[in-house]
Design a protein around this ligand. Structure first.
Ligand SMILES: [Zn+2]
Length: 311
C-alpha cells in the first residue's frame, strides 16, 4: 500500500536526513497570522526555508543553467522515494510548508504541463487520501517548470478544504458523475469540480482548460490546481491566473513584499519567507495581490460562458 509506504518514508527521512529533520522541526515552530477576505480565510506563514522557492529564477536561461533538482541523478543521496504508477516517485519535500509535504516528480525530465496528466493527479489524490495534491503551472509558481511534478500536503491545513462548500457558488454544468461550480470568492477566482467519476471529472477539467486564455508565449493556460479525495468524491479547485508574480514582489524599498503566490497561497496559506514581510503584511495587501494574480470577475464570467457553450 502506497499510504503505508509514504508513512514509513516520512519516518525514515525525518530520522536519517538532517536537512529534512531540521526543516520539519523548524516548521513546527512557524508563526502564522490570519485574515478574513470576504468569505475566505487567508493565513500567512512565516517560513524562511522557502526563500529558495519564492525567489527562484524561473526564466528559461536560469533554468537551463542549473542542474534539475527533480532529476534522479541530481537529487541528494539521502533523499529516498516511493514509486507511484511506474511513472512517478513520491519524495519527502525537504523545504516543507505542510507538516507532511511531498514532492512527486515524473520519472524522466519532461516539461511541467498538465495536459494528459490530470487523471494521474486524481489517481494520486485517491491513493494519498490523507493529502491534498497540487499542481503549479510552469508560469504560475512552479520552481521546476522544466520537470513535470505534483506536490502534496496533509489535509486539515489549507482553509479552502473546509471552506469551499460554504462559499456562495453557481453551478456551471452538471453531468452524471460530475458538477462544475464557480465559487463567488473574489478577488480569488475559483472553479471547483466535484466528481465521483474520474473520466467525467476529466471531461469537465478539459472544458475549463480549453476555455482559459493561452498567452502567445506560453505552452498552457496559466493556472494552479488543488485536488483531494474524500468519501468517494474528488474535489478539484482550479485557479485561473492572470499573472505570475505580483507588482509588490518587484517593488523597491518599503513597499516590497516577497510573496510569490501558487496553489498553497490560493488555498488560503500565504507563504512569507521574510520576517519583515510577515510582520507588516495586511489584508488589504493580500487582497491587492489576489486581484492582480487571479483573473478578474468579468473574465471569469466570460470563461464560464465559454465553458457552457461547449458542453
Ligand atoms: Zn529534471
Amino acid at each position: 500500500m502506497i499510504k503505508e509506504a509514504v508513512q514509513n518514508l516520512f519516518r525514515e527521512q525525518l530520522t536519517d536526513w538532517k536537512l529534512a529533520k531540521d526543516n520539519y522541526e523548524a516548521l513546527s515552530q512557524a508563526k502564522t497570522n490570519e485574515f478574513k477576505i470576504n468569505y475566505c480565510t487567508c493565513k500567512v506563514q512565516f517560513n524562511p526555508a522557502r526563500i529558495t522557492s519564492s525567489a527562484a529564477k524561473v526564466d528559461a536561461k536560469s533554468i537551463q543553467q542549473r542542474p534539475c533538482f527533480l532529476c534522479g541523478a541530481n537529487r541528494p543521496t539521502e533523499q529516498k522515494g516511493v514509486p507511484f504508477a511506474e511513472r512517478y516517485t513520491i519524495l519527502v519535500n525537504p523545504y516543507p510548508i505542510f507538516p507532511r509535504h511531498l514532492t512527486i516528480p515524473y520519472i524522466s525530465h519532461s516539461k511541467q504541463l498538465i495536459k494528459g496528466r490530470f487523471a494521474d493527479m486524481l489517481n494520486l489524490a485517491k491513493e494519498l487520501d490523507e493529502y491534498i495534491v497540487f499542481y503549479n503551472g510552469p508560469k504560475s509558481g512552479a520552481s521546476a517548470p522544466d520537470h513535470l511534478h505534483f506536490q502534496a500536503g496533509n489535509k486539515g491545513f489549507l482553509p479552502i478544504e473546509k471552506e469551499w462548500s460554504f462559499i456562495p457558488k453557481e453551478r456551471v454544468v452538471k453531468h452524471p458523475g460530475a458538477i462544475l461550480w464557480r465559487i463567488h470568492d473574489t478577488p480569488r477566482a475559483t472553479f471547483v469540480i466535484e466528481s465521483d467519476n474520474l473520466p467525467e471529472a476529466e471531461v469537465l477539467f478539459n472544458s475549463v482548460y480549453n476555455a482559459l486564455e493561452l498567452k502567445p508565449e506560453d505552452e498552457e493556460p496559466m493556472m494552479n490546481i488543488l485536488a483531494w479525495y474524500e468519501k468517494g468524491i474528488w474535489i478539484t479547485c482550479i485557479f485561473p491566473r492572470e499573472k505570475h508574480r505580483p507588482d509588490l514582489y518587484f517593488a523597491e524599498g518599503d513597499k516590497n513584499l516577497l510573496i510569490s503566490p501558487a496553489s498553497v497561497d490560493l488555498g488560503g496559506m500565504f507563504i512569507s519567507p521574510l520576517e519583515k514581510d510577515f510582520n507588516k503584511i495586511t489584508s488589504a495587501e493580500i487582497k491587492y495581490i489576489l486581484n492582480e494574480v487571479c483573473v478578474s470577475g468579468n473574465k471569469l464570467r466570460t470563461i464560464t460562458q465559454q465553458i457552457k457553450s461547449t458542453l
